[in-house]
Every structure is written in C-alpha cells, then in structure tokens.
Design a binder for this molecule. Structure first.
Ligand SMILES: [Zn+2]
Ligand SMILES: [Zn+2]
Length: 328
C-alpha cells in the first residue's frame, strides 16, 4: 500500500462531503502537473492524510483505485479547473482535535520522502494538491494525532485506522486471548532484525487486565511472541522439517506462537509466563494437534524436554506431569 498527503484548501469541505479526492488531468493551458499526476497512482486501501488550514483535519482510506471522472458539480462552481479529471473515492475520518503541522516540522522533514515531498526544506507546505508520504511519516503523524484526541471516541477512530493499515507499534497492541494473538501477528510486518538473547532472569508479573464479565486475564505481549517466532527461525519446533507456507505480510514462513505453560495458570507461578522461553513456534497442524488432538502428549513431551531448563532459568519450575495436567 502507499501513503499520500493532500492539501485541499478551498475544496476540502466539498470533497469531504462527497467522500472523494478529485484533480484535473491538465491545467487551463493544457499542461500536466506533477501534484495532480500523482492521483494516477492511488489504489484502493491506500492511506491519505488530509491537510487544511495547516492542520491535519482528516485521514482517509481509499475505497477505489483512481478512475477518470468529470469534475463534480460542487467544484465546478469555483471555476478553477478543467473538467476532465482523476477521482478516488475515499472514506474520510474527521479529526476532532487536529495537530498543527508546523508544530512538527522537524520530525516531518526528517521522515518525509525525498521525492514528491509535501513540505519544502524550511517546513512550509508545498503549493499543490497530492504529494507522497511514507510509512514512517504516516506512523508518526497518526500516532501524534491519536495522542491529542480528548474524547475516547475520536481516539478510538484514529486507532482503528492505525490498526487497519498496520501502523500500530508492537507494544500498543493488547492481546487477551491466544487466538487474538495469532490474529494480531497476522497483521504485523515482521522485520528481519537480530534476535536478542534470552532475558535470563525471572520476569516480574504484570497486572491483570479486565476482560469483561468481571474476569481478569494475563495480557499477552506481541513483541515477546514475535521474538519467539524469530528465534525459531519461523520453523515448527516439534519438527523443523514440517512444511509451512509463506506469510502474506512479510514473506516469512508461517508459524504460530503457543504458550507451553498456558497463561491461564499464571497464578501457580511466582514469575511471568509470558516470556520467550515459554513460547514455542508451531506449524498450524502441530498447534491444533496440541490443543485438540488425541496424541497431543507426544508433541508436548518433546517441547517440554527442549524447554524445561530454559524455563528454570526464568524462575519457572514445572514437572512434565504438572504440565500435562494443564492440558487435560
Ligand atoms: Zn496455543
Ligand atoms: Zn509441526
């Protein structure tokens, strides 16, 4: 997906109302203009950041690819542009408390792309319509925007967009259930970075999180789970010859994280169970077998033998019989 930055000025309110971006194909004297030509690259699912009166007043996600379209009636009244144009329909999310771009000039200049950038070298918005943004700039601006929303609904609106386009940071995702953990990881582009060594001391427990209906759950950390998958080189730890497939997001082989000692048993242990030592990488077949299969014990024994010493280093002592009883 791509990221764009649009300056709408006069046309903002009308375009927002109509739920679109529109730009002419050529100027009055017949020339092509680069900040209009960039409309031709917009595709469904792209993220657009909308600037009006020097503030980021909306964000949107394109719901169509670009298409040729005559100037909408409400814009024609301005008598500014030729009729032949490009249009993208897009879902606007208005920002109640917008950030002022000049407050963020330094960061914007550091992050914006070098080609077709929205701001010039002194931090002023370039004259024109549609410019390029990138993942880093979008990540920064949306996070800033979310942080200054005063009401929960507006905050949630921005967060949903960040989540939808994969801009949440790993430690911002709260996961209270193992299936949600697998789903959350599916949306993350796992970067190929070095795996850090095991944190070889016991890890203090985190406070429990309310998970509705008066029950409390131990939160799962996404980063820890992803590290565990990386450490296993995205192979199945029951048998690394097991065939998997390639993940949509990042080209890594697909495996799922599984907490060897289920987190629901957190009360039985003095330290956190949400640690890499307790998370194994499994192919979908072995993961399901472990949860639902008649012969799960064979898989469990192998994983236990591999991990028991590492667990001990992290302050988690458990016999195989005790582990077995967690699965029965
Ligand atoms: Zn599992
Ligand atoms: Zn397997």
């Amino acid at each position: 997906m791509n990221y764009y930055f649009v300056f709408q000025n006069k046309s903002y309110l009308k375009e927002k109302q109509g739920g679109y971006l529109w730009a002419p194909k050529r100027s009055k004297n017949g020339n092509r203009v680069s900040h209009w030509e960039s409309m031709k690259d917009v595709k469904q699912g792209d993220l657009i950041i909308h600037s009006y009166m020097k503030k980021i007043v909306a964000i949107s996600i394109a719901i169509t690819d670009v298409f040729a379209a005559i100037q909408p009636e409400e814009l024609r009244k301005e008598k500014l542009w030729e009729d032949e144009g490009w249009r993208v329909d897009t879902r606007y999310i208005e920002i109640n408390n917008p950030i002022i771009t000049s407050d963020h000039s330094t960061k914007i200049l550091e992050l914006q792309p070098s080609h077709n950038a929205p701001f010039n070298s002194i931090g002023r918005g370039n004259t024109g319509y549609l410019f390029s943004a990138n993942k880093e700039l979008a990540r920064y601006l949306l996070k800033q925007t979310e942080s200054i929303q005063q009401d929960e609904v507006s905050k949630e609106d921005v967060r949903k967009v960040r989540e939808e386009v994969g801009l949440l940071e790993l430690d911002e995702v709260e996961v209270l259930d193992d299936n949600d953990l697998v789903d959350a990881i599916e949306n993350i582009e796992i970067e190929k970075s070095k795996v850090t060594p095991y944190f070889s001391e016991p890890k203090e427990k985190l406070p429990l999180k309310a998970s509705g209906q008066g029950s409390f759950t131990y939160p799962r950390n996404l980063k820890v789970a992803i590290n565990a998958l990386k450490r296993a080189e995205f192979k199945c730890e029951f048998d690394n010859r097991h065939k998997s497939f390639i993940r949509k997001r990042d080209g890594n082989p697909y495996t799922e994280p599984h907490h060897l000692i289920p987190l629901s048993f957190h009360n039985n242990f003095p330290y956190s169970l949400d640690i890499e030592q307790n998370i194994v990488s499994l192919c979908s077949h072995c993961h399901n077998l472990l949860h639902y299969g008649k012969d799960f014990e064979v898989v469990l024994k192998k994983l236990y033998d591999d991990r028991k010493d590492l667990l001990k280093e992290a302050g988690i002592v458990i016999t195989f019989e005790q582990l077995l009883s967690c699965y029965c």
